[in-house]
Write a protein that binds this ligand. Structure first.
Ligand SMILES: Cc1ncc(COP(=O)(O)O)c(C=O)c1O
Length: 403
């Protein structure tokens, strides 16, 4: 028998920059759990891990689709009734000049496809810092550059558009906007969005508007879909069922491509090519899209009432706790307080996990620079859990650094 010489299967070089900080810390938590410890998980933005459940009518629609045999591949771009509902919803919100709509396995796959179809090695994309790490990971994977622009805490986490403008280079192809934002909870103002649209016009940039949290806003903060302000520039709006419709595991996301037809034609063809190579997105779950988007979602008022109370509790705790400062989140499931501590944010998070078994994510996990000390708190759990976690974090801070 021939035996292979011992060799190591080397991982692709591009992967050295691919990080998943949220999951990485969860691995340490898993180890603690194996030791019999209970962890308070304030680290993953999955409402289904807490006391939220997918609306029954959406579950019914999917079960019915499965029973009706909708279990083969779907059309590569998605089923017609769902595409129609997404387009109608986008138009209702005021997005015009829509050139294309397609369905993906979550916004995660949409980001992969849209960035892969756009960027060559050497190109760069402006991404918010702090920001959801998926963009950085996909950029690393395809060998394109991450060009970070800062969100300014002193501006309630709005981007400072002047410094954003200064970051544009000849290699820059577009701007990612996450609104409402993960991890800061910011909901960007119309003024900021208009200024960014102007910048995109000046430099021929495409905008990726990640609006997966568009239905999750507090205090009546209105969300302005970016594409409504700029029918004259290429915009890809990301949406899906994961967050506002409480169906993270179904992996239903979509893209609405708007802007001048001539400007986006070949880009859309490129994206279709990639959509066809992966055959189709999950099929039966697409039958939940039309019932989700037709009319006022019944589950939303109750969901938002729970979230608002948990957001308020979180903000009150931040205000009352020495060394903790937090811009009030206006949307999403997250608070991003700054800690007035001498230690690194990662050391803090690890120490907190090991000593108090509370898991949050360090700001560095969202691309923040060394020396900035933020943590991201997911405020999805019920109030008693949040109270216990906040008591533990407060005790940890007082014990480690003094009040
Ligand atoms: C800003 C942002 N975009 C995209 C995603 C991924 O969404 P999906 O579940 O649709 O892949 C998340 C998930 O947390 C997110 O926070």
């Amino acid at each position: 028998m021939l035996t292979a010489k011992a060799f190591e299967v080397l991982v692709a070089k591009n992967l050295q920059h691919v990080r998943s900080p949220i999951r990485d810390l969860a691995a340490v938590a898993d180890e603690l759990r194996r030791q019999g410890k209970t962890i308070l998980m304030l680290n993953i933005g999955d409402p289904l891990d807490c006391d939220f459940s997918t609306p029954a009518e959406l579950v019914e629609a999917v079960v019915k689709a499965m029973r009706n045999g909708k279990n083969g591949y779907a059309p590569a771009l998605g089923i017609a009734e769902a595409l129609g509902a997404i387009r109608a919803d986008a138009e209702r919100k005021g997005i015009c000049n829509i050139q294309d709509v397609f369905i993906t396995d979550g916004v995660s796959e949409a980001v992969d496809i849209c960035l892969t179809a756009l960027l060559n090695p050497g190109d760069d994309l402006l991404v918010p810092r702090p920001g959801y790490p998926l963009y950085t990971a996909v950029l690393a994977k395809i060998g394109a550059g991450r060009n970070p622009y800062d969100l300014a805490e002193e501006l309630e986490w709005e981007p400072d558009v002047e410094s954003l403008a200064a970051r544009v280079t000849p290699a820059t192809r577009g701007i990612v906007l996450i609104n409402p934002n993960n991890p800061t909870g910011a909901v960007h103002s119309r003024r900021t969005l208009e200024a960014i649209a102007e910048l995109a016009r000046q430099h021929n940039l495409i905008i990726f508007a990640d609006e997966i949290y568009d239905r999750v806003t507090f205090d009546g903060a209105g969300h302005v879909p970016f594409a409504t302000l700029a029918p004259d520039i290429p915009v890809v709006t990301f949406g899906g069922l994961s967050k506002g419709f409480l169906a993270t595991g179904w992996r239903v996301g979509w893209c609405v491509v708007s802007g001048p037809a001539a400007a986006v034609r070949s880009y859309v063809e490129g994206m279709h090519k990639l959509l066809r190579t992966r055959l189709s997105a999950n099929h039966p779950v697409q039958y939940a899209v039309r019932p989700a988007l037709a009319g006022m979602p019944q589950h939303l008022p109750g969901t938002m009432a729970k979230l608002q109370a948990r957001r308020d509790l979180t903000v009150e705790w931040c205000k009352a706790t020495p060394r903790v400062h937090c811009v009030t989140p206006k949307g999403g499931f997250y608070a991003f307080p700054r800690l007035d501590i001498p230690e690194d944010d990662l050391d803090f998070v690890k120490g907190l996990l090991l000593e108090k078994q509370v898991l949050v994510v360090h700001g560095g996990g969202f691309g923040e620079q060394a020396g900035t000390r933020h943590i991201r708190i997911v405020f999805l759990p019920q109030e008693p859990t949040l109270r216990r976690a906040y008591q533990a974090i407060g005790d940890f801070i007082a014990g480690r650094y003094g009040g």
